[in-house]
Ligand binder design. Structure first.
Ligand code: SAM
Length: 283
């Protein structure tokens, strides 16, 4: 299962465990000794509230852990082979959507002030036709891909800023000045833990930092059984290590995560990849 791999399975078992240990067991014990309507009500409601808070805290912790796990594989060693393994081989032969196809929105839509979420090896930015005055902001939970991309962009963009943050959290202040002309979020949504009712919050955060006439674009792999054996093998392996969290992802979920944040939404399928563009951020 998706993010579930880490988030749901891990989150739920910890949550259930803490509820049973902290709340259920103690409350039952107390009820046996005291009649209904006296002290036990106060104590049990206190325990319930304590348990609720503990449960929420534990769930938030496990979601953060799952987000960290999803961003972890992008080490210098993996980034060194990323262009060959992911861009050249996997995109074309596992997902049946050559990287050149995903590059088209970059060439058409990338604006002077651009925010790139989860740049990975930076291949898309490096190969896009950037304007010489482009100002690029990279945002990633893992600083390694940003350092790698920044080095590759040297001399290609007027300025490159980096922001270490999760797109699942409200974005830090340095992203909120002015509004970006474009936001790219390519192959990031299928990594994020949770289903679209949870990880869809990323679009709300990004809509806030997009200019009124700006455009968000990206792509993701939804939970359609990949057509190729290569794609199915990669999905199973990446899910096992928590790098893929898309088992519950579908078109309806993606659309219903984008639409509350944007007035115009367009989805296009190519092979096992769904490309999306979104305009007119709702205020
Ligand atoms: C599969 S790579 C995609 C790289 C590149 N965009 C591409 O299409 O080749 C996923 C990227 O998203 C980043 N990432 C994962 N979780 C994130 C999060 N919660 N917030 C921001 N970035 C995240 C990873 O560190 C990595 O750079």
């Amino acid at each position: 299962m998706a993010a579930p791999g880490v988030s749901e399975r891990c989150g739920f078992s910890v949550f259930r465990h803490s509820t049973a240990a902290g709340g259920g067991a103690r409350t039952d014990e107390y009820t046996d000794e005291h009649p209904e309507g006296s002290l036990p009500d106060t104590v049990s409601s206190g325990l319930r509230s304590w348990n609720d808070r503990l449960g929420r805290g534990v769930k938030a912790m496990t979601e953060k852990d799952a987000a960290q796990t999803a961003a972890k594989p992008y080490t210098p060693a993996f980034l060194a082979i990323y262009d060959l393994w992911v861009i050249k081989l996997s995109d074309r032969y596992a997902w049946r959507c050559p990287a050149e196809v995903m590059l088209e929105p970059y060439n058409k839509l990338l604006g002077a002030r651009h925010l790139e979420v989860g740049p990975g090896s930076g291949w898309f930015l490096v190969n896009a036709a950037l304007a010489s005055d482009a100002e690029i902001t990279l945002l990633d939970l893992n600083p390694t891909p940003m350092g790698h991309t920044r080095r590759r962009l040297h001399g290609k963009a007027r300025q490159v800023h980096t922001v270490t943050a999760s797109v699942l959290e409200p974005l830090p202040e340095e992203t909120s000045t002015g509004g970006f002309d474009s936001v790219g979020i390519n192959f990031v949504m299928h990594c994020l833990p949770g289903d679209f009712t949870e990880k869809g919050v990323a679009f709300t955060h990004l809509a806030k930092v997009l200019a009124d006439d700006g455009v968000l674009f990206g792509s993701t792999i939804l939970n359609q059984r990949p057509a190729t054996l290569f794609g199915r093998a990669l999905t199973a392996a990446y899910t096992r290590v928590g790098a893929f969290n898309n088992a519950g992802d579908d078109h309806a979920g993606l659309r219903s995560a984008l639409e509350p944040a944007f007035e115009e939404v367009e989805l296009t399928d190519i092979g096992d990849v769904t490309l999306f563009t979104a305009r007119r951020p709702r205020r």
